[in-house]
Design a protein around this ligand. Sequence first.
Ligand SMILES: NC(=O)c1ccc[n+]([C@@H]2O[C@H](COP(=O)([O-])OP(=O)(O)OC[C@H]3O[C@@H](n4cnc5c(N)ncnc54)[C@H](OP(=O)(O)O)[C@@H]3O)[C@@H](O)[C@H]2O)c1
Length: 329
Amino acid sequence: MARKLMHAVQYNGYGGGVAGLKHVEVPVPAPKKGEILIKTEAASINPFDWKVQKGQLRPIFPRRFPYIPGTDLAGEVIEVGPGVQHFKPGDKVVSMVNPFNGGGLAEFAITKEWVTAARPLEVSAAEGAGLGVAGLTAHQAIAQSAGIKLDGTGPPANILITAASGGVGQYAVQLAKLGNTHVTATCGARNIDLVKSLGANEVIDYKTPDGAALKSPSGRKYDAVIHCVTGIPWSVFEPNLSDNGKVIDITPSLGAIMTFALKKITFSKKQLVPLTLFPKRENYDYLINLVKEGKLKTIIDSKHSLSKAEDAWAKSIDGHATGKIIVEP
Ligand SMILES: NC(=O)c1ccc[n+]([C@@H]2O[C@H](COP(=O)([O-])OP(=O)(O)OC[C@H]3O[C@@H](n4cnc5c(N)ncnc54)[C@H](OP(=O)(O)O)[C@@H]3O)[C@@H](O)[C@H]2O)c1
């Protein structure tokens, strides 16, 4: 590894938004046991990244300041630490950095082997970088929490996906349609055609009364809701759920956690299930393979250079991205 210093974006404390981001030259990190040093070709921004900066996830994240944000990336393996078995220098990969330590918005990043997947030539760095948090969360929600068989062999299910134009929602629609499902989706009016093109059977504008009420235009009751926005109370979901319907909430508020507990202790058939992502390499491999086969795509909202990472940051905080926001060194 010839380079000693690298360009990175970091912040030194909670708050500050875009103005809190600083461009710095820091030492290129060295991989320890089970770790891989990756030359970043593309990284993607998630709401998680700026929520950490805002202090919304304290005291868990970050472990210390200064902190280089960003978890999802795609790039080339430069060096591997002791014990790494599946990768060697020159391999193209996608990976996620440990969010406790951060490190994604930099020219080089350290990741663990267990959360790294090989990236075939057919999958561009930007497409691959989008898959981490958003793709794996969508996969966990659909395949695990909602129990949809992605080979299409399961019983029919009606699924609602909120914010289907967002980073998670776009993947959730496409993955749900691999199963035996009817998908209703919500998004803003400008993205209705896009979300239909991803496979949704019916799409409702969340700013209309029916959209706000989450009503299926065909009158369906949902067996599962993949819920990707905040601020919708249980009382809105409840009348739209089938008898055993579940709301899988990827942004659970305190109120949602209380609803979850209440539904559990009253043995309600309708359930609210808070979701926290637990990344697994086998799921990463599965998603990468779908992209390679042309069965899953990453909708890219915008691409930004690392030197203008502030624009990507502001775009994500704004909350109106269509698909993934990509940063390229
Ligand atoms: N639990 C976990 O482990 C986990 C994992 C991943 C993500 N998350 C969380 O999940 C949330 C979604 O993440 P993301 O990456 O998908 O966010 P995102 O890409 O920033 O979502 C932006 C999209 O949401 C749409 N939207 C906003 N409000 C809406 C509403 N009320 N109804 C329908 N669509 C709406 C926007 O459409 P318009 O532009 O038309 O408004 C925009 O296209 C975030 O809060 C994130 O932190 C949690």
